[in-house]
Ligand binder design. Structure first.
Ligand SMILES: Cc1ncc(COP(=O)(O)O)c(C=O)c1O
Length: 374
């Protein structure tokens, strides 16, 4: 059997990694400023992470959600402390799309309504509801067409008001910072007004923090820069440092009932252990603070370079929009200088490095960009 060919692959095969370093099968060393798409939060193969997972695997790898699993409670308590939402409840699943799917479903159960507002250029995943709320017709099959989603422009509060005031909407789903779109942050005032409108019209505000969460922007969640408290927050990517896990954080006024949501693999022993290890390392090594400090430094220094038309983002979620003529920079970084970065379209480079990146590595990147573009 061959693989179903849906990915355009780089001709590189990583076989080993540590911290921000990756080695391919020919022994070539790379610097990882992409984190496997914002997934590697605490660095590759962190000792604490490896040890905790090894110990758990030797003890118990999996049992179903029909029995007690105190690791889930430990994770909920630890995550609540880390993000400040100690009165929220946690539903565990396996990916970002699944987290959003469950969030949409939960908001619909809670309000008894079926329609949602989503934003132009949004990406929320590839399952039914998540892809319907994703503003990319190319990845939506005829089966996924639905009248339930209305797309409005980011920061257009009049459009949000127009639809919410019909009373037909279960909620609004928005990324803390739009990632796949090329790093666009909603204005703080806009988010605050959306939050008020949701309360006024009994709709749920769902913050998709799958990419922008887990300390990446210098606060635990990106929306916390604007001071809003959503009804539902979704998370995945950095949560397990590579072990698949997603979470739905639910505000206390949304009540659960047996059977409302469910999953076979979600919250399994290994996934919870991976997530507990991530939170432990984040706390021990002050990684949210590091994301803020090194991120601010990178944004300030990279903004000075003429190669970039615009530098967007916060902390370690950075979009570098290239001036015309520099479209090959990402390939040069990878193939000539062995630095992994992410992309968004042809002219935006995305930096999503592990949160323990040092100033020295940041300086290496800045110097390399200068060398390649001067
Ligand atoms: C903001 C956002 N939401 C949801 C997803 C989907 O996550 P997953 O690929 O884990 O299903 C992504 C993935 O890139 C994302 O960036």
């Amino acid at each position: 059997m061959e693989l179903f060919d849906v990915y355009k692959l780089w001709p590189i095969e990583p076989v080993k990694a540590k911290g921000l370093k990756i080695w391919d099968k020919d022994g070539v060393e790379y610097t990882d400023l992409y984190g496997g798409h914002a997934v590697i939060s605490i660095g590759h193969c962190h000792d604490t992470y490896v040890n905790m997972l090894q110990e758990q695997l030797n003890r118990l790898g999996f049992y179903s959600n029909a029995v007690q699993n105190s690791l889930q409670r430990e994770l909920a308590a630890s995550l609540g402390r880390a993000c400040g939402y100690e009165d929220f409840a946690l539903f565990l699943c396996n990916s970002g799309a699944e987290a959003n799917e469950n969030a949409l479903k939960l908001a619909s159960f809670h309000t008894g309504k079926s329609r949602f507002i989503a934003f132009e250029k949004a990406f929320h995943g590839r399952t039914f509801g998540a892809v319907a709320a994703t503003d990319n017709p190319k990845i939506r099959a005829p089966f996924n067409q639905t009248e339930h989603i209305t797309f409005v422009p980011m920061n257009d509060i009049a459009a949000v008001d127009k639809y919410l005031s019909t009373g037909e909407y279960a909620g609004v789903i928005i990324e803390g910072i739009q990632g796949v779109a090329g790093i666009y942050e909603p204005d703080a005032q806009f988010l605050q007004e959306v939050s008020s409108l949701c309360k006024k019209h009994s709709a749920a505000l769902i913050l998709d923090e799958v990419q922008s969460g887990y300390g990446r922007t210098g606060k635990f969640f990106a929306h916390q820069h604007s001071g809003v408290v959503p009804d539902i927050v979704t998370t995945a990517k950095g949560m397990g440092n590579g072990f698949p896990i997603g979470g739905v954080l639910v505000a206390p006024h949304i009540k659960p009932s047996y059977g409302m949501l469910g999953t076979t693999f979600g919250g399994n022993h290994l996934a919870c252990t991976a997530a507990l290890a991530v939170l432990k390392v984040m706390e021990d090594e002050n990684l949210v603070e590091n994301a803020n400090t090194v991120g601010e430094y990178l944004i300030a220094e990279l903004s000075k370079l003429p190669v970039f038309k615009e530098v967007r983002g916060r902390g370690l979620m950075i979009g570098l929009e290239l001036n015309p003529g520099y479209e090959t920079l990402r390939d040069k970084l990878l193939f000539e200088e062995h630095i992994f970065t992410g992309g968004a379209g042809a002219n935006v480079i995305r930096l999503l490095p592990p949160l323990n990146i040092t100033k020295e590595v940041a300086d290496l990147f800045i110097a390399t960009v200068k060398k390649l573009t001067e």
